[in-house]
Design a protein around this ligand. Structure first.
Ligand code: GDP
Length: 297
C-alpha cells in the first residue's frame, strides 16, 4: 500500500500524544523529532522536512493547542493540516479551454508511465467528466511507443492520431489539435517523447511543441518509486517547460512517499492525479487531505 512505512511510523508517534490531557513543550519536541526522522526515512526532501517540522512545532506550542481542552488531538490536527498543505492544500482541477479542444501535453522520462497514464487520463476524462478525448502519438523515436498508444486506443475504443516516425513531432501535435477541432473532440492528449535522462535535445523539442500548440495543461508524469530522483526530474522539467501539474505514477508500490510529500514544496506545482496500478482505471484524482488522513490513520 502507498506510504505504508511512513504511515506506520507516524501513527505510532501520534498515538503517544493523542490522549494527553496536557501537552508540554517537551512532548511537542519529542513528537516533532520522531516526525522528522520518519519523514527523512521516507525520503522526503531534507529542506522540506526542516520547514515542515518548524511549522508544526510553532503551531503545536501555540495558544490554539495549549489552551484547548483536548491538546493531544489538537496537535494531531496541526500535523494533519500541515501534511495536507505540504501535498498541495486544496485539490486542483483540470483545465477546460474556453474554446475546445483543451490541449494537454504529457511529458516525462521514459519508463515513468507516461503513455499508460495518457490512456488512463483519457479514460478518466471520459468516464468522470463525460469528455471525448483524442490521443496523439508524438513520440517518434520509439516505434513501440506509437504502437503502445494505439493498443491503448483500441482498449479504450478511442481514436489515436499518428503520422508514423518520419514527421516532425511539432507537426504531429499541431495536426492533432486541428483534427480534434474538426472532429469535435473536447480534449486532445499529446503523448510526447521520453528519454532515460533529462537532456537538452528533448527539452528543445518539448519547448517547440509547447510553442506550437499552446497547451492548456502540461502534465509531467513522474514515478513515485524513484523518490528524490522524481523531485529532481520535476524541478528540471518545470524549469524548462513551466509545467502545470504533476501526475505521480506507481503510488501503489511506493511505501515511502518521499516524492509525493516533496514535489509540491520543492517545485510549487501540485500533484493532480496519482496512478494506483497498471490497469486503465487505476488513476485517481489526488486529494491532499484524504492522503494526509490515510497516512495518519
Ligand atoms: P513511458 O515510457 O513513460 O511511456 O512508460 P509506460 O507507460 O510504458 O509505463 C512503464 C511501466 O510502468 C509499464 O509497465 C506500466 O504498466 C507501469 N505503470 C504505469 N503506471 C503505473 C502505476 O500507477 N502503477 C503501477 N504499478 N505500474 C504502472
Amino acid at each position: 500500500m502507498a506510504f505504508e512505512g511512513l504511515s506506520d511510523r507516524l501513527q505510532e508517534t501520534i498515538k503517544k500524544i493523542k490522549g494527553k490531557g496536557k501537552v508540554t513543550e517537551q512532548d511537542v519536541k519529542e513528537m516533532t523529532r520522531e516526525v522528522r526522522l520518519a519523514l527523512l526515512e521516507a525520503d522526503v526532501n531534507f529542506k522540506v522536512v526542516k520547514d515542515f517540522v518548524k511549522r508544526v512545532r510553532e503551531r503545536a506550542v501555540g495558544q490554539e493547542v495549549m489552551e484547548s481542552l483536548t491538546p493531544g488531538q489538537q496537535v494531531i490536527k496541526v500535523v494533519k493540516e500541515e501534511l495536507t498543505d505540504l501535498m498541495g492544500g486544496d485539490e486542483s482541477k483540470i483545465a477546460v479551454a474556453k474554446r475546445p479542444p483543451t490541449v494537454i501535453m504529457m511529458v516525462g522520462l521514459q519508463g515513468a508511465g507516461k503513455t499508460t497514464t495518457t490512456g488512463k487520463l483519457a479514460n478518466l476524462l471520459r468516464k468522470s467528466y463525460n469528455r471525448k478525448p483524442l490521443l496523439a502519438a508524438a513520440d517518434i523515436y520509439r516505434p513501440a511507443a506509437i504502437q503502445q498508444l494505439q493498443t491503448l486506443g483500441k482498449q479504450l475504443d478511442m481514436p489515436v492520431h499518428e503520422e508514423g516516425t518520419d514527421v516532425d513531432p511539432v507537426d504531429i501535435a499541431t495536426n492533432a489539435v486541428a483534427k480534434a477541432k474538426e472532429e469535435h473532440h473536447d480534449y486532445v492528449l499529446i503523448d510526447t517523447a521520453g528519454r532515460l535522462h533529462v537532456d537538452g535535445e528533448l527539452m528543445g523539442e518539448l519547448q517547440r511543441i509547447k510553442e506550437a500548440v499552446n497547451p492548456d495543461e502540461i502534465f509531467l508524469v513522474v514515478d513515485a518509486m524513484t523518490g528524490q530522483d522524481a523531485v529532481t526530474v520535476a524541478e528540471s522539467f518545470d524549469e524548462q517547460l513551466d509545467v502545470s501539474g504533476v501526475l505521480l505514477t506507481k503510488l501503489d508500490g511506493d511505501t515511502r512517499g518521499g516524492a509525493a510529500l516533496s514535489i509540491k514544496a520543492v517545485t510549487g506545482k501540485p500533484i493532480k492525479f496519482a496512478g494506483m496500478g497498471e490497469k486503465l482505471d487505476q488513476l485517481e484524482t489526488f486529494h491532499p487531505e484524504r492522503m494526509a488522513s490515510r497516512i495518519l490513520g
